[in-house]
Design a protein around this ligand. Structure first.
Ligand SMILES: [Zn+2]
Ligand SMILES: [Zn+2]
Length: 258
């Protein structure tokens, strides 16, 4: 079996990653408007009918804001934690008729040929998780929206074949930028986001012996620069900067196959 993955958008205006193993294909998060999601899926050769469901990481709009409308339109099930479901419902976004499957943030499960291992992360959401996805052999780790790395996170991400890793902001750009102080403190706090330096440190701490793809993701358009994120990841990997890919807000990144 092969595992392949792509993204149709990454950043605070909407996140949506596609992962596929065997004949099973899921979205990880659904933060773009349904029509835009369809349009961008077509760019990577997919239609909504090719999907088997949506995995949600947490309730923030850029991840879950469009999950239920998109799922309802296309008859897709949604997997999420109970806390995320409660938070969405309280925010006036109940599942309605969408088939909702509650996951445990510490227990792996399978969607046909795709193995899904959620893991818990520190972020300012009700019960956030991130995911490691596998075809039974190769493993893809996804990690965005995490305030600080933890031993649990590093254990989950060791020995991966591919990693999509948040590089949200550059510390100097954030603190010297125009965001209000409360928002700067939220972003930089332990339940906010990873800055380039922290992402570099996290990547350097992992067993990278099998790693074939590293993609920097969820870059802030105000508080980061692609060249800074790329340089940080390249330092951790000891590789040329050109080897490091970045996911963009408008295009995400194209298919990678392991
Ligand atoms: Zn986010
Ligand atoms: Zn978030």
């Amino acid at each position: 079996m092969t595992l392949r993955f792509a993204s149709i958008g990454s950043g605070s205006k909407g996140n949506c990653l596609v992962a596929e193993a065997g004949g099973t294909r899921v979205l990880v998060d659904c933060g773009l408007a349904p029509r835009e999601t369809e349009r961008r899926l077509a760019r990577i050769g997919l239609a909504p009918a090719d999907l088997d469901g949506i995995l949600i990481t947490h309730e923030h709009d850029d991840h879950a804001g469009q999950a239920y409308p998109f799922a309802a339109q296309h008859g897709l099930p949604v997997w999420l934690t109970y806390g995320t479901l409660l938070a969405l419902t309280e925010a006036g976004k109940p599942p309605g008729a969408v088939e909702t499957r509650i996951i445990d943030g510490r227990s792996a499960f399978a969607i046909d040929g795709l193995e899904v291992r959620p893991y818990t992360v520190p972020h300012d959401a009700r019960e956030p998780v991130q995911y490691v996805l596998s075809d039974g052999a190769a493993r893809l780790g996804v990690i965005t929206d995490i305030g600080i790395s933890t031993p649990h996170v590093e254990k989950m991400l060791c020995g991966l074949d591919a990693l999509v890793l948040e590089c949200n902001y550059d510390r100097d750009l954030l603190w010297n930028g125009g965001y209000p102080r409360w928002l700067k403190e939220r972003i930089a706090g332990p339940f906010g986001h990873l800055d380039n330096r922290e992402s570099e440190r996290l990547l350097a701490a992992l067993d990278r012996s099998k790693l074939k793809h590293v993609i920097g993701a969820h870059l802030s358009q105000q508080n980061n620069r692609p060249e800074l994120a790329r340089a940080a990841l390249a330092r951790a990997l000891g590789c040329e900067e050109s080897w490091v890919s970045l996911a963009t807000q408008d295009d995400g990144f194209g298919w990678r196959t392991i």
